[in-house]
Design a protein around this ligand. Structure first.
Ligand code: IPE
Ligand code: IPE
Ligand code: MG
Length: 228
């Protein structure tokens, strides 16, 4: 969750948009670092369904910035074997941006490297409603609605459950991010503001993640030596 762009700009007496602009370098660095670390699925929360509440100029700036970033980096992402996807409605955004997104998705569709999901105009509750509608539309009988079948009706149903969520800037909230998929995720809240987030911060988080004990409601099975 790429958070803290506005505060990064405010610290420098710059407009909030300058913080968004500075975020591009962090995005590129983190994508490369995640790929190098062997991560198969990376999701970036870029714009939430609630972010439409922001001033029109900021929203327009974000739309243009995302479009410029896609155009600038599409070929490099493709060359690195990254499969790009977008999670979000995409029918409320400017049509030319929607076209560029569709082109990037098509270009990288067959890539077998890391899958990069950009959550854009995304809301976790909205995705759950989408799944419920899909079940009803497909006349799935109530007794066949299970956690597994329900998940199969979410957008991008092949997306695995989230293992680790990193939200920068110290804010400790879900803010409607992939609600279904984060059910058992580990969370980290580094203080660093997103425009300053770099590969080294990601490595730190991955290192800390490896030391976490994930129990999924069960108990840790210990060996005879008691070391676990
Ligand atoms: C994250 O930074 C970018 C988006 C939500 C689009 P913010 O713009 O939320 O920055 P802060 O939280 O105001 O510092
Ligand atoms: C969440 O950040 C959305 C993104 C990171 C894109 P916000 O800054 O919009 O969330 P709130 O308003 O602090 O919950
Ligand atoms: Mg924020």
């Amino acid at each position: 969750m790429m958070d803290g762009n506005g505060r990064w700009a405010a610290q420098r007496s710059l407009p909030r948009t300058a913080g968004h602009k500075a975020a591009e370098a962090a995005v590129i660095d983190v994508i490369e670092a995640a790929r190098a670390a062997g991560i198969q699925w990376l999701s970036l929360f870029a714009f939430s369904t609630e972010n439409w509440r922001r001033p029109g100029v900021e929203v327009e700036f974000l739309m243009r910035l995302v479009q410029r970033t896609i155009r600038k980096h599409a070929m490099a992402l493709h060359a690195r074997g990254i499969r790009c996807r977008f999670l979000g409605a995409l029918d409320r955004i400017p049509p030319s941006l929607a076209r560029d997104i569709a082109d990037l998705v098509t270009l990288t569709r067959a890539n077998t490297g890391m899958t990069l999901t950009v959550a854009f105009d995304h809301g976790g509750r909205g995705d759950i409603v989408t799944a419920a509608r899909s079940l009803i539309r497909n006349r799935v009988p109530p007794e066949e609605v299970t956690e597994e079948s329900f998940a199969g009706h979410l957008p991008h149903p092949d997306t695995p459950d989230v293992d680790l969520v990193i939200r920068t800037s110290g804010e400790q909230r879900i803010s409607n991010f992939m609600l279904w998929q984060v059910a058992y995720a580990e969370w980290m809240f580094p203080q660093v503001l997103w425009p300053d987030f770099r590969a080294a911060h990601l490595w730190e988080c991955l290192h800390a993640y490896r030391r976490r004990e994930r129990r999924f409601g069960g108990v840790q099975v210990r060996t005879a030596t008691g070391k676990g």
